[in-house]
Each structure stands twice: as C-alpha cells, then as structure tokens.
Ligand binder design. Structure first.
Ligand code: FMN
Length: 188
C-alpha cells in the first residue's frame, strides 16, 4: 500500500513538474521587464492589436513571417489552413528574433484558426528555448473567442509561464487594451 502511494505521489509530482504552467495574471515588475511583442497576422487584425500593445508599453515588435502561399479565395485558403493544422504543418520562418534570451516577457499574438493557433505561431514556439519566460497570449477571432488557442500555446510552449489573462478580441478590436495592460501590471 505504502509503495503504491509513494509511486503515485512520485508520478503526480513528476507530471506536475513537467507540465507547463499558467500563472497569476499580474506580472511582477512589469514596467522594468524587457518586452517582445511577437505576432502572426494573415489579414492584419492581429497586427493592429500588436501595434496597439506596442504603442502603450513599448518593447520590440516582431512579425512572424513565412513563405507559405495561400489561395486567394477565402474558402480555399481556409481549407488549406485546416489541412495544415490537421497535419501538424510547421512552416519554416523567414526571420529570427535576435538574442531572444534578453526578453523577460513575450506577448504572443495569433489569429484563431480553426479554434487553435496558426502553424506559423507553432513554428515560432518550436524555434526558441522559451523556458522560464512569461508569455502573454493575445488572440483575435471571428466570433469563436479563445477556443483552444491559449490551451495550445500552453501545450506547445515548453517550460513557459503562460499568463492566465490573455487578450481575446474580436477582429481588430483594441478597445480595452489600456485597462488590460494595466491589469497585467504595466502602469503608466
Ligand atoms: C483559416 C482561418 C480559420 C479561421 N478559423 C476561425 C475560428 O475557428 N474561429 C474564429 O472565431 N475565427 C476564425 N477565423 C477568423 C480569424 O480568427 C479572424 O478573422 C482574425 O482576427 C484574423 O486575424 P489576422 O487578420 O491577424 O489574420 C479564421 C480565419 C481564417 C483565415
């Protein structure tokens, strides 16, 4: 019995230690933190939100880019994206963040694609060692809301501390950004 208890405790502790954490929403010493705002945007909404964050708190802006060609027709484009997500497609990114270790806080922006993050954002998460970094997701959507986007970031960002107060906004909405940033600890 004791053996069984000890074993299950060890398994539980191990699983807990390996899991990626979500943390309390306020970032300690946010104003002193070195901030990166990284985002992927296909049609411009997430870019607008990234720029609004940047305008409020500064930091470095980084657009996640790749060479994937999508069909012009919306329906065909969304079908291609659906297949990419289903197949775990990871596009090669065409630009790299210099010295990512310098950043304490990374705002990470993705549109909601088929209820999750885009393959480009997954590639970004797999391209760097982000362990120990504070990740603040910002998600734009077309009315589905957060769905599995933040959950996927938590799963794919190994060892990251994913903030539990993400921005989740319809389209390019930025109303409320200032209050959200203040709640995160970025005071004027
Ligand atoms: C391939 C694709 C899949 C999408 N899937 C969803 C979805 O599952 N739920 C949702 O709310 N919006 C969905 N949308 C809408 C986008 O999330 C929304 O328009 C977003 O703001 C686009 O951001 P962007 O302009 O930065 O690319 C989808 C859009 C595309 C192109």
């Amino acid at each position: 019995m004791f053996k069984y208890l000890a074993l299950s405790t060890a398994i539980f502790a191990g699983a807990f230690a390996l899991s990626n954490k979500a943390n309390a929403s306020e970032i300690a010493n946010a104003n002193e933190a070195k901030v990166l705002i990284a985002y992927y945007s296909y049609s411009g909404n997430t870019k607008k939100v990234a720029e609004a964050i940047h305008e409020k708190i500064g930091g470095d802006l980084f657009e996640i880019k790749d060479n994937t060609v999508y069909p012009e027709k919306y329906r065909e484009m969304t079908q291609q994206a659906k297949e990419e997500i289903a197949n775990g497609y990871r596009p090669k990114l065409t630009d790299k963040v210099q010295n990512i270790s310098q950043y304490d806080v990374i705002f990470l922006g993705s549109p909601n694609w088929w209820s999750t993050i885009t393959p480009q954002v997954s590639s970004f998460l797999e391209s760097y060692d982000l362990s120990g970094k504070q990740i603040v997701p910002f998600i734009t959507h077309g009315s589905g809301g957060v769905q599995n986007t933040v959950k996927t970031i938590i799963e794919q960002c190994k060892g990251c501390i994913v903030n539990d107060n993400p921005w989740v906004g319809y389209s390019s909405r930025t109303f409320g950004i200032s209050g959200w940033l203040e709640d995160l600890g970025f005071k004027k």
